[in-house]
Design a protein around this ligand. Structure first.
Ligand SMILES: [Zn+2]
Length: 326
């Protein structure tokens, strides 16, 4: 036995399941992606997940390595991390699914750990991504929604109910804000997500404030976040102002979180982060304006692992579970 150990990381999303074999340096050795096919129901999805992990384990073992465990990331909002039970996952349509027990039953001898997907993306970025080497890290992902994860001492900080890191639902507009999917109003997610930017862009197109956006909407019938980025890059002032506002509220929320947590690094990922300087310049300005000067010395950086962050973080979770000192 060579003793080389490998880890399997799984990221269950609403449309695709990504799974991979990861080595102890955080490199993906083998990767597979299959449709989640949530319409088939959790039983069938879990059967296929067991098959997928069994295949990856066999691939890993052909090199003489031993698979040390499996880590699985699932979307929230409600997850019992201790028992590995998905209490409610809106994107999957799952309620009270005993994910970990079902995987352990199908994968004899393999330890299985489960956590929230955003927390695992944070763990992945802290291990080998934009936050590499950081012991204390805050991740924010700005996409369709706004998610986050907190890493303290190299590990996921779960909070009392595995709900820590929900920075998308800190209030940035106490009065007059839009209603959020969570039921509150004025959440960061309703002000700075791709959904929010598109909502405001559509409004500017319809009201005539931006002839440029109105033209795109008339041509394509829809507006996407990419359209708004391109409009801003082409000099459309309304589109530029949308990113400036999103950047300002993100920077404000991150500064407030940083004053509380004093992270070594803040990592920003998700589709909207591809807007680059349009978003990062106002974000950095607001962050420095609202964070304590000593706190603001710690940098805000882009994420580096893209869609693999959750998978890599899941493998890292399995590794930490097996070796508490890792
Ligand atoms: Zn909310």
């Amino acid at each position: 036995m060579t003793g080389k150990r490998l880890w399997i990381g799984v990221d269950i999303g609403g449309t695709a399941i990504k799974a991979g074999v990861v080595d102890e340096a955080g490199h993906i050795v083998e990767k597979r992606e299959v449709p989640t096919a949530t319409h088939e129901g959790p039983d069938r999805v879990l059967e296929r997940l067991v098959e997928l992990i069994t295949q990856l384990k066999a691939v890993a073992e052909t090199s003489g390595a031993v698979v040390g465990g499996v880590g699985v990331g699932v979307p929230g909002p409600d997850l019992d991390v201790e028992r590995g039970v998905v209490i409610r996952a809106v994107n999957l349509g799952w309620k009270n699914v005993p994910l970990r027990d079902r995987l352990i039953a199908g994968l004899p001898g393999l330890p299985v750990s489960v956590n929230n997907d955003a927390n695992l993306a944070a763990l992945g970025e802290a291990w080998v991504g934009g936050g590499k080497g950081a012991q204390h890290l805050l991740l924010i992902t700005v996409g369709t929604g706004v998610g986050g994860g907190v890493i303290i001492g190299g590990r996921v900080y779960p909070g009392a109910d595995s709900l820590a890191g929900e920075i998308g639902h800190v209030t940035v507009r106490p009065e007059g804000g839009h209603r959020c999917n969570c039921g509150k109003t004025g959440c960061l997610e309703t002000e700075a997500s791709a959904t929010a930017i598109i909502r405001e862009a559509r409004e500017a197109a319809r009201s005539g404030r931006s002839p440029h956006l109105a033209g795109i909407l008339a041509r394509n019938g829809v507006l996407t976040a990419r359209d708004v980025v391109e409009a801003a890059q082409a000099g459309d002032e309304v589109a530029q102002a949308l990113f400036a506002y999103a950047g300002r509220v993100l920077g404000l929320a991150l500064a407030n979180a940083a004053n509380l947590l004093n992270p070594e690094r803040i990592v920003v990922g998700g589709g909207v982060s591809h807007a680059g300087e349009l978003l990062f310049v106002p974000l950095q300005e607001a962050y420095r304006a609202h964070a304590l000067p000593a706190v603001a010395k710690r940098p805000v950086v882009p994420a580096e692992l893209g869609n693999d962050a959750g998978l890599i973080g899941a493998a890292r979770l399995a590794m930490q579970q097996a070796s508490p000192d890792a």
